[in-house]
Design a protein around this ligand. Structure first.
Ligand code: CA2
Length: 142
């Protein structure tokens, strides 16, 4: 099974600030964790990170016919992006949404996710482990 993992804006800055919310490990550690989790599950994983909404739309469109599943942490675009929602709906690829923090127990503006309207599951508040759970979910549901 081929899975595209997309990380959105500022996640490349992990570990630099707000370790109480996002943990102390950096983005390279997150990418290593995702790769080793995928290898354990026998998933062929491709990683992509961008700070730009249009690039995320482009990579979702280019996943059509190529990937069996998508894991996405859209970061701040979670709460604003109809464009990413529409791209996920357009390709129809089974998608698992992940958040490091528990977006439901933070500021009010983080409680709504456009992406959850297209995602088959939303996993939040588990830190890095959420990405492994998302990969497991796709393995069990595709
Ligand atoms: O909890 C998550 O994974 C989020 O998607 C992370 C986003 C946030 O906007 C979402 O509401 C929830 C933030 C991404 C990274 O932000 C940083 C902030 C400070 C230092 C490093 C990264």
């Amino acid at each position: 099974m081929k899975v595209l993992v997309i990380n959105g804006p500022n996640l490349n800055m992990l570990g630099i600030r707000e370790p109480d919310i996002y943990g102390a490990q950096n983005f390279a550690s997150l990418e290593s964790f995702i790769k080793s989790s995928a290898a354990e599950l026998g998933v062929d994983v491709t990683l992509f990170q961008s700070n730009h909404e249009g690039e995320i739309v482009d990579v979702i469109q280019s996943a059509y016919g190529v990937f069996d599943g998508i894991v996405i942490n859209p970061a701040a675009y979670t709460h604003t992006s109809v464009a990413i929602l529409d791209a996920l709906k357009a390709v129809g690829i089974p998608t698992a949404e992940v958040h490091l923090s528990d977006i439901n127990s933070r500021e009010e503006f983080r409680r709504f996710s456009y992406i959850s309207l297209a995602a088959k599951t939303t996993i939040c508040g588990l830190g890095f482990e959420g990405y492994r759970k998302a990969l497991e979910f796709l393995c069990e549901n595709i």
